[in-house]
Design a protein. Structure first.
Length: 289
């Protein structure tokens, strides 16, 4: 099966770009390959889970989500979040020909430990971002002559404005709305030992809290079960291997990252990435050509 290098998650197979303004609904945890994702919050309040942290969504804030960041909007109790956002998604390869932009783009797409995934914008910054996003969305909808080049030019303006906001005082940077040291310890343990056989009872002994307490807190802060979080970490490691190694067998990769069988590996990989390990490898190979 031939895999177009821009085949997902974009509607136009030949132009890796998507923008829309709409109300978000609660959805499963997911991750996109080779993609930059931006959420500009226009109205409504809720919680967005990114990577291993939970952020409060507030109007005039902007979220930056990288290609390996597991993310989702979280329900609180039985409440489904009602948040109006502009979603901007594009491949990190879209602006490859803009060589002079590479240092700026690199500073935004490289995720380090203290990267500001959420920016609070002042009135002027928010107005500037909204204007650029409106122009991009209008260009996207009208499908006119040279609209792909027009969109790329507007994306350059968007990234420059974003970088200016990121470079200002730390007051612009979002902070974790809810934070729990117990969950930090559990996530740190998973990150170091995900290739091993990990049990909730085993971790409860490590952090000295009951399995029930850990399970309850884990679901509250991540929106995931303990078991699903381990599976996600294993899938992310498998993605990394698939992106760099064309020869290692899928079965060997599944075993290396900690899955006990191929069925479980395939099921969890598809759940998180919306594709299979073998198709993902073909996708990565097409990107590198």
């Amino acid at each position: 099966m031939k895999v177009n290098k821009y085949s997902f998650p974009f509607p136009d197979k030949n132009f890796p770009f998507l923008i829309n303004t709409n109300k978000i609904l609660n959805r499963k945890h997911h991750v996109h390959p080779f993609v930059l994702e931006f959420h500009y919050v226009r109205s409504g309040k809720g919680f967005l889970y990114i990577k291993d942290r939970q952020y409060a969504t507030k109007p005039k804030s902007l979220f930056i989500i990288h290609e390996h960041d597991v993310h989702t909007y979280l329900k609180k109790g039985n409440k489904i979040p009602q948040i109006n956002i502009t979603l901007l998604v594009f491949s990190k390869f879209l602006l490859d020909k803009y060589t002079w932009m590479r240092p700026l783009i690199k500073s935004i797409i490289n995720c380090h430990k203290n990267f500001p995934h959420q920016l609070f914008l002042n009135e002027k910054e928010a107005n500037d971002i909204e204007l650029i996003l409106h122009m991009i969305e209008t260009e996207w909808k009208k499908k006119g002559d040279n609209n792909h080049e027009a969109i790329k030019a507007l994306l350059v303006a968007f990234l420059i404005q974003l970088k200016r906001s990121m470079s200002k005082k730390k007051k612009n940077i979002g902070f974790i709305e809810e934070h729990n040291p117990i969950i930090d310890k559990v996530l740190d343990y998973i990150d170091k030992h995900f290739k091993e056989h990990i049990t909730l009872s085993g971790i409860s002994k490590q952090v000295k809290y009951s399995s029930y307490h850990i399970s309850h807190l884990f679901k509250k802060f991540t929106g995931l079960s303990f078991k699903s979080s381990i599976a996600n970490r294993r899938v992310l490691e498998a993605k990394r291997i698939l992106e760099t190694d064309n020869n290692k067998h899928i079965v060997a990769i599944a075993s290396e990252v900690g899955f006990s069988n191929l069925f479980s590996f395939n099921r969890n990989f598809k759940r998180l990435t919306d594709t299979t390990p073998s198709l993902y490898r073909k996708f990565c190979m097409s990107i590198r050509k």
